[in-house]
Write a protein that binds this ligand. Structure first.
Ligand code: SAH
Ligand code: SF4
Length: 355
């Protein structure tokens, strides 16, 4: 069985020709798939029923997903869904909306997708890391998360404007399916999202970063650094082993050199662990002078017993970076009261189901 949502436009051309149909049928199919939310092949009214039958007998399907749980933050700007696929896989996906700036009529609508169920990296402060690794998601399951929100937004005359790979899992540890999903979501004949509106966040899979720099896709890259030295980083990212902080910074420089796109370093600030003035000064030493941008994320509390620093501490940390010449912002918080940090909703819902 092959899900039509994993078929790239060029492959769709070959498929319709193989079925003895004219090439324009490929565009009809793609348009229906990416802009009309069909639930099954017989919903593809644009194509003749003989072709629908031929697709079914050739083993093509349209996978569906259902919402198991939906929570919306009090301000209505963040919506988090737990989606269930046909094989009972449960994943989280989040929509974050920002108010329109003066010259725009539509809000910025960013979808945060998952690429794996659980995560093999085991970061100690991350709810996904603590659930262990279950499986890699297929490209069609990544695409489905975006299309699910696209269809909800379409009903109110809005659309998805940005995409971040910051949900459950490590995208570069599921490289091929992640790239296939990006190709489908950005291809003008498929979903057509701008490549530059996409950010991939990685904990630092160096081979993946180098490979990504060579792809013909213009995505932005964020590297989750969390510490200025290996001793501290390994406490937070136990699987960081083979890659030192220095290796990550070199990989970011190579990515910039090849692509012309600067890498952002994400830094989850954890109370009493990686938020001291001394640590901030060390971070300045390793990052200054290379145009780095640091995005501080005051951590969302998870089961691991870690907590976020007081606001004063976050601002003091930021000031030290800025004074040292390192560009630094603090992540605008979205929906922490609905547990928007990756993996938390799934953990909470599964707990409620099983206890
Ligand atoms: N695996 C990738 C992408 C998914 S995590 C990565 O680690 O980059 C996306 C971001 O959320 C990462 O920067 C991660 O460090 C951060 N994150 C995970 N758990 C968090 C928590 N409890 N609070 C704040 N940020 C968290
Ligand atoms: Fe995986 Fe990213 Fe969570 Fe680490 S922070 S466990 S890499 S999802």
């Amino acid at each position: 069985m092959t899900d039509l949502y994993r078929v790239l436009p060029e492959e769709m051309d070959n498929l319709v020709i193989k079925l003895g149909q004219p090439r324009y049928r490929a565009d009809q199919l793609l348009h229906a798939l990416y802009h009309e939310s069909p639930k099954k092949i017989s919903d593809l009214h644009q194509i003749p029923s003989t072709m629908q039958d031929a697709l079914v007998t050739s083993g093509y399907t349209i996978g569906t997903q259902s919402e198991v749980h939906r929570i919306t933050s009090e301000d209505g700007h963040t919506t988090k869904l737990l989606l269930k696929f046909d094989d009972d896989t449960l994943i989280e996906t989040v929509l974050m909306q920002y108010s329109p700036s003066q010259d725009k009529t539509h809000p910025r609508s960013t979808v945060c997708v998952s690429t794996q169920v659980g995560c093999p990296m085991g970061c100690v402060f991350c709810a996904t890391g603590q659930m262990g690794f279950e499986k890699n998601l297929k490209a069609e399951e990544i695409v489905a998360q975006v299309l699910h929100f696209a269809s909800l937004l379409r009903q109110r005359g809005e659309h998805v404007t940005n995409l971040v790979f910051m949900g459950m899992g490590e995208p570069l540890a599921n490289y091929d399916e992640t790239i296939r999903a990006i190709r489908l979501l950005t291809h003008p004949r498929a979903f057509g999202l701008g490549q530059r509106s996409i950010t991939i966040s990685t904990v630092g899979v160096i081979a993946g970063i180098d490979k990504l720099a060579d792809e013909d896709i213009q995505v932005k890259l964020a590297i989750s650094l969390h510490a200025p030295n290996d001793v501290l980083r390994k406490k937070l990212v136990p699987t960081a082993g083979p890659h030192s902080v220095e290796d990550l910074i070199s990989a970011a420089k190579r990515y910039f050199k090849k692509t012309g796109r600067r890498v952002t370093f994400e830094y989850a600030l954890i109370d009493g662990i990686n938020d001291s003035n001394k640590v901030a000064e060390e971070l300045v030493q390793i990052l200054k002078g290379n145009g780095a941008h640091v995005n501080l994320i005051p951590m969302n509390p998870t089961a691991g017993g870690f907590s976020r620093p007081a606001r004063k501490r976050v601002l003091a940390f930021q000031q030290i970076l800025r004074d040292g010449g390192v560009n630094c912002t603090v992540r605008v918080e979205k929906g922490s009261e609905i547990a928007a940090a990756c993996g938390q909703l799934r953990t909470d819902v599964i707990k409620n189901i099983t206890h």
